[in-house]
Design a protein around this ligand. Sequence first.
Ligand SMILES: NC(=[NH2+])NCCC[C@H](N)C(=O)O
Ligand SMILES: [Mn+2]
Ligand SMILES: [Mn+2]
Length: 358
Amino acid sequence: MSPFTYILLIAMTGEVQLNPVYIVLVRNMSQEKKWEPLKKVGIIGVPFEKGQKKYGVSVAPAALRYAGLIQQLSEIDGLDVKDYGDIETPGIEEVKMENMAHLALVSACNKKLSERVSQVLRDDRVVVTIGGDHSIGVGTVDGHYQVNNDMILIWVDAHADINTNKTSDSGSVHGMPVALLVKEFNNYWPYLPTMDWQEPLFSIKSLGYIGLRSVDHYERLAIEKYKVPTFAMEDVEEHGIKNSIEHVLKKLDPENKRPIHVSFDIDALDALEAPSTGTPVRGGLSLREAINLMEIVYATGRLRAVDLVEINPALGNENDRKQTIEAGLCVLKAALGFSRRGTAPRGVKDLPIQDHAH
Ligand SMILES: NC(=[NH2+])NCCC[C@H](N)C(=O)O
Ligand SMILES: [Mn+2]
Ligand SMILES: [Mn+2]
């Protein structure tokens, strides 16, 4: 019998006072849902780079896999890792859109990606998407929203990525994904051919920023107009990364009950930490800060989606490449429960004792 039927029954019979079963049921119903980290993840690679102009971001999924992505994640205590493969976007006929390059390709890739992201979440796994440039944030957030429409979005980035084709200096869509996603921006866009599949339903009220330090004029205006909780680098400087992320989470979700999506642009990290990226900016997060941020998000138990974007293995020298990929792996591992304290071997209670024969 469901609690509801039971209450209906008591209401009908009038038998209400101090029935212990009734009290237990009501207590269970009002109890807050306890969140535990999901110990299953699904990996999606998106070798896509048409949201910006440089060659190489599309190599990142292969480079991260080659560096041991799946093995390293599988070594995290109790984590079940499933690889959902890459999203391929074969030749698509382009449409012309003012100050917005490769719209049709961006759209086709994100449509596929959105469906795959929803699928992984419906399989009850945390979805980890490896870009690709940040235009793929459209697909990951859209696909997440389809499954959890109460989700909140933490955009960790040097940039705000909230330009429209009217405000962008570059015409590159990787500077526009947030503006495409939020419903409040619907009227700032012209009709976008090929984008009919994507209905912007996500609210800017569920968005927060961490790490900003290169924000265009109209982006700044948008952040202020909609009061987006933002911890730019100067705020991180002032409050520390722990207070920064905790403040944003509290602001967006005071009751600690909404699924979390973190879209992590590797250029959020200081250019010295992650040099192989298309639009590096000095003065960013240290890797330690980024790891700490991710550990805090993991500990909420509500992380359901992580994007790792803008790693460009074709930029810089061998060492830059290695460092950037390593940094990306560290960030992902922290988000998925890797503990810097280490974990004891499973089912083993003591150190191995040497059996000395003499
Ligand atoms: N995902 C990124 N790295 N975006 C960089 C965006 C740079 C600049 N704000 C633009 O609109 O083009
Ligand atoms: Mn960026
Ligand atoms: Mn970005």
